[in-house]
Ligand binder design. Structure first.
Ligand code: ADP
Ligand code: MG
Length: 262
């Protein structure tokens, strides 16, 4: 056990060093990412995923953000994305606001308990969205603050984000995303809550929605304003970037909300 622990630490060290020296990780992020990756709880969770046979290898650092580190890896069935959550104190309130009011989760006020809950929340949201046919990465497993899901992209290279893509059929993409928002709301009872050109990937000629940890149930007190904001961001992106006609986000939000009225 302790051998594997050290082995894994070394493997992560290697990845971070390599991707840092190739400038895939910015200097200012490097320290924070190291801190997260070498948190004992993170290593223990990763080790458990190796022992369970879910993970065989870690291969690349895909994204090193403030709130999460995403690695590429391999499992028995192919490439995987491994998202490791970090919740820093300054943002703690925001997390509470999203979890409090969601009947699926117990009221938690303790920081150490909320991080794994956050990973679990994204796992469940992914599963629920997939069930109703929204294109999201297939969730594979979750242990502690580490979520494993299908890799969107190939050979450790993630698919481009919507913001960096040059679409040939922007109208179709917009309508597919709007249909995803509708299905999520009406059929899965969920509002993404942070949808924008930064959280949609373009892969195999379709939009893929990612980053659903903060999604809330439609019964949540913030759900209507979050729904409206998602619709506003998506429509205004297409309007600005592609200069196409877009529907009125407020009307769309009201139409959707009406389906929930009894
Ligand atoms: N399943 C996935 N497959 C491939 N790349 C992914 C996957 N999930 C996330 N990524 C990459 O990691 C980045 C950060 O992931 P995201 O879930 O948006 O977390 P956050 O924005 O909280 O850091 C994304 O912009 C994307 O490039
Ligand atoms: Mg994101």
């Amino acid at each position: 056990m302790s051998d594997r622990f050290e082995e894994l630490e070394e493997r992560i060290e290697e990845l971070l060093e390599r991707d840092h020296s190739r400038k895939r990780i910015k200097d200012e992020e490097y320290f924070k990412v190291r801190q997260l990756a070498f948190d004992n709880r993170t290593i223990r969770a990763l080790l458990k995923l190796f022992n369970k046979g879910v993970l065989d290898d870690l291969t690349w650092v895909v994204s090193a953000g403030k709130e999460s580190l995403v690695l590429a890896g391999r499992g028995p069935e192919g490439e995987l994305a491994i998202k490791i959550y970090r919740i820093y104190t300054a943002n703690f309130r925001k997390y509470l606001d999203y979890i409090v009011g969601d009947h699926r989760f117990p009221p938690v006020r303790n920081r150490d308990k909320i991080i794994p809950l956050w990973a679990k929340k994204e796992f469940r949201n992914l599963r629920r969205l997939r069930e109703v046919g929204v294109r999201v990465p297939r969730p594979v497993d979750v242990v502690g603050n580490v979520l494993v899901m299908e890799f969107i992209g190939r050979d450790g290279v993630p698919a481009p984000l919507l913001k960096d893509s040059d679409l040939e059929e922007p109208e179709r993409y917009l309508s597919e995303i709007l249909e995803d928002i509708r299905r999520a709301y009406v059929e899965a009872d969920l509002v993404h809550g942070d949808l924008s050109e930064y959280n949609v990937m373009v892969w195999e000629d379709h939009p893929w929605i990612i980053d659903v940890s903060q999604a809330v149930v439609t019964a949540h007190p913030l759900s209507f304003s979050l729904l409206l904001r998602d619709l506003e961001r998506v429509t205004s992106f297409f309007k600005k970037q592609y200069r196409i006609d877009v529907p009125d986000p407020y009307k769309l939000a009201e139409e959707l909300a009406r389906t929930k009225e009894v």
